[in-house]
Design a binder for this molecule. Structure first.
Ligand code: ADP
Ligand code: ZN
Ligand code: MG
Length: 491
């Protein structure tokens, strides 16, 4: 079916229902049940052993670090962590699964009943429930492409077998593709802040299956859901959901009914295809893993893990908005990664006026970086340079115009601020009579503004300060200039 073109009126009759299943690889040094390296990019089949290859007689031993990371992630998304969870075998046949089953968790997962808040377009937030977070192991990889005989052969790389995963399942609370995008962005940010995964989608360390159905608004029950697999970026997930919602609505509108099925997203064509219907769905014959005891997360372990929780992005943004008097949008910029926010705050703390550092970072520096398409890491001006610049401004040792000029040099020459400042040491006019002369000129050239000021419009002072500063080529001592402008206007 081609991408539908339904009218907004028709679309508006329906409500999409979306739930997301996210798999993240945990950043442990070794695999879940053996001591093989958990490493992306090794030569094929070099990080393998009898346990992860499923050789007869090999027994799994649980990696405590994997439990710690999964528990940390569970706490970060507000889940209740179960004291005793059970590993279960999920049985299916696939070439990249040498054991013939995946060790996962089924009816007693590690954690349940969580939530994350996502910002909405109207500036409020919406709480998305999290059904569960469970631990499982990854499978290997089938390599279908890139070999001379790829037309007739498939190769197997089993390095990924046994890599620890956390699967995070959302409640069917999401209502739009944008909300899904936002949920994923926030979830990824939280996991990155916790340091439990690198969430690198290109390398497959974060993977998402999207479940979506539509129903007439007000209908008491959900429609049959379609699970869309094989989507490897958040933008594609949004696109796949948009496509799928239209497709499903069109089915209903044309008198048909949707069926529960699994579909694949094809990003080149921008559409989904049926992969298997419900009738073909797997019966995984889950049963408790006989080779592993129940996983016990003791209250002590839980308390220790809770101590390792960092300040999470949302809380950090709220604090920074208050502390640095930021606009919400700017708080997102400053907290984009934990590492960046840490670097900023460590530096800002050392400045006379931390808010000024935030300001410079967002305006002077941010503006230049954006214009040049550069990332923060590529900035010639370091955090220390920003602090120096902020302090100089604060102490009125340079004017903001001089600061702009110094920043220009930094960017032209690729030099940090301290070096440029030391060399250029911009001159300052601190001679009051010289500054007064300039102010007098500006005042006599602008009688209308003087009148406005004297009529009570005190903000016009800023105009005179700007004009006089310009006349001084930015060299007047800003504090002195300010003071003298007021004195002259009042006088
Ligand atoms: P399954 O048994 O097929 O795995 P689950 O009930 O475990 O289904 O749900 C898997 C995901 O699908 C969850 O994220 C859930 O929120 C979502 N989901 C469940 N039912 C629907 C529905 N009718 N429409 C959209 N999403 C749904
Ligand atoms: Zn192994
Ligand atoms: Mg399920």
């Amino acid at each position: 079916m081609p991408a539908a073109t339904l009218s907004p009126e028709v679309m508006a009759k329906y409500e999409p229902v979306i739930g997301l299943e996210v798999h993240v690889q945990l950043l442990t040094a070794t695999k879940t049940f053996c001591s093989c390296a958990n490493q992306f990019g090794s030569a094929p089949n070099t990080n393998v052993c009898p346990v992860c290859l499923g050789l007869p007689g090999a027994l799994p031993v649980l990696n405590e670090k994997a439990v710690e990371f999964a528990t940390l992630a569970s706490l970060a998304i507000n889940c209740e962590v179960r004291e005793r969870s059970i590993f279960a075998r999920k049985n299916y046949f696939y070439p990249d699964l040498p054991k013939g089953y995946q060790i996962s968790q089924f009816d007693k997962p590690l954690a349940e009943h969580g939530w994350i808040d996502v910002p909405t377009s109207d500036g409020s937030t919406k709480r998305i429930g999290i059904t569960r977070l469970h631990m499982e192991e990854d499978a290997g990889k089938s390599l279908h492409e890139g070999f001379n005989d790829s037309a007739t052969h498939t190769y197997l790389d089993l390095n990924r077998c046994g890599t620890p995963l956390a699967e995070i399942v959302s409640d069917p609370d999401i209502r739009t593709p944008d909300e899904a995008f936002e949920y994923l962005t926030r979830l990824k940010e939280i996991l990155l802040y916790c340091g439990v995964s690198d969430c690198n989608m290109e390398e497959g360390s974060l993977r998402c299956d999207a479940n979506v159905s539509v129903r007439l608004k007000g209908a008491p029950q959900f429609g049959p859901k379609v699970e869309v697999k094989n989507v490897n970026s958040f933008r594609f997930i949004r696109a796949a959901l948009e496509y799928e919602i239209e497709r499903q609505i069109e089915v209903v509108e044309s008198g048909g009914s949707n069926r529960q099925e699994t579909r694949l997203w094809n990003s080149a064509e921008g559409r989904t295809y049926t992969m298997r219907s419900k009738e073909q769905a797997h019966d995984y014959r889950y049963f408790p893993e006989p080779d592993l005891p129940p996983l016990v997360v003791s209250p002590e372990f839980l308390a220790e893990t809770r101590k390792k929780l960092p300040e999470l992005p949302e809380a950090r943004r709220a604090r920074m908005i208050a502390e640095y008097e930021l606009a919400p949008k700017d708080a997102f910029t400053l907290t984009a990664t934990r590492e960046f926010a840490d670097r900023f705050e460590a530096a800002a703390k050392t400045a006379r006026n931390p808010r000024r550092v935030a300001n410079l970072l967002l305006s002077e520096l941010g503006g230049r970086l954006r214009a040049l398409g550069l990332e923060q890491e590529q900035s010639p001006v370091s955090m220390a340079g920003l602090v120096l610049a902020a302090d100089l401004l604060d102490e009125n040792k340079i004017s903001s115009r001089q600061l702009k000029q110094l920043f220009d040099v930094c960017f032209e020459k690729g030099e940090d601020f301290a070096a440029v400042y030391q060399r250029e040491k911009p001159e300052q006019i601190t001679d009051a009579s010289a500054i007064e002369a300039m102010i007098d000129q500006v005042i006599s050239a602008n009688p209308k503004q003087v009148e406005q000021y004297r009529a009570g419009k005190k903000t016009v002072a800023g105009f005179f300060v700007g004009q006089a500063m310009k006349a001084s080529k930015g060299q007047a001592n800003p504090a002195l200039l300010n003071e003298l402008v007021t004195k002259k206007l009042e006088g």
